[in-house]
Design a protein around this ligand. Sequence first.
Ligand code: SAM
Length: 244
Amino acid sequence: MKDANLLLTASTSRELVEDPFKAIERTKRWKIKSAYGDIGFKYRDDQTIAYVASRMPAVYSACHRVLKEVKRRLPGFAPKSVLDFGSATGSVLWAIREVWPHSLESINLVEPSKYMQRVAQSLLHGLKDLPLIHSYDSIQALMKNLDKSDMEHDLVMASYVLGEVASLKDRITIVCQLWNLTQDVLEMFRRVSEQFTVMFRRKAFLHWYTGEGMNEMEFIEAECNMNDLVSSINNIKMRLLKKK
Ligand SMILES: C[S@@+](CC[C@H](N)C(=O)[O-])C[C@H]1O[C@@H](n2cnc3c(N)ncnc32)[C@H](O)[C@@H]1O
């Protein structure tokens, strides 16, 4: 199954790199259904509270770990201007302040959920030495408001966001837009597929889901879709890198 999937990835991703939008139209395979349905996941009051209580600490740790690794690999790099796409409660800003305590001068946050925006604001309330913070509902609103000279950011982050954008066409557009807004480092986190694979191989927690009526095949399919997506995003990044 996995070998067959890898072969499929190789052929479809070549098409995807050559003409991403045409490739999507041509094959149903790329109409990936999100776990949240095809309209994407909306963070209202309850979902935001649940996010803060359950996921935020882990997401902060992941951001912190990744940024520390960036610092280790690029010792001369210290971002002054940052774009955080899908900023939610602001973990990226907190992690940047920890890793580069004095470098940040301005940060643009893109976050469509008013509830998430409100939590981010209240967490920052009363803090000293904050950078200039601009908040936008969408990437389009950001681009409309930016002067040409402010378009490129030293660091662009998209942590755990792309998986929540339901359509693959939108994801590709977003990756291209983010790349154009990047001067130096573009960091996109994906969900940790390696950990999923380790747990799935051991059938950890599987009985919870099969007990609720899910089929094991659904997990295998999800894993394949996830790997396809990661590989297509990597291919697009490579293509864009060659163009730059
Ligand atoms: C899992 S949270 C990401 C967490 C955040 N990056 C962090 O580090 O804490 C996903 C966020 O992406 C946002 N999001 C979803 N679709 C988006 C889109 N099209 N543009 C910008 N943000 C989006 C959601 O509202 C949500 O706040």
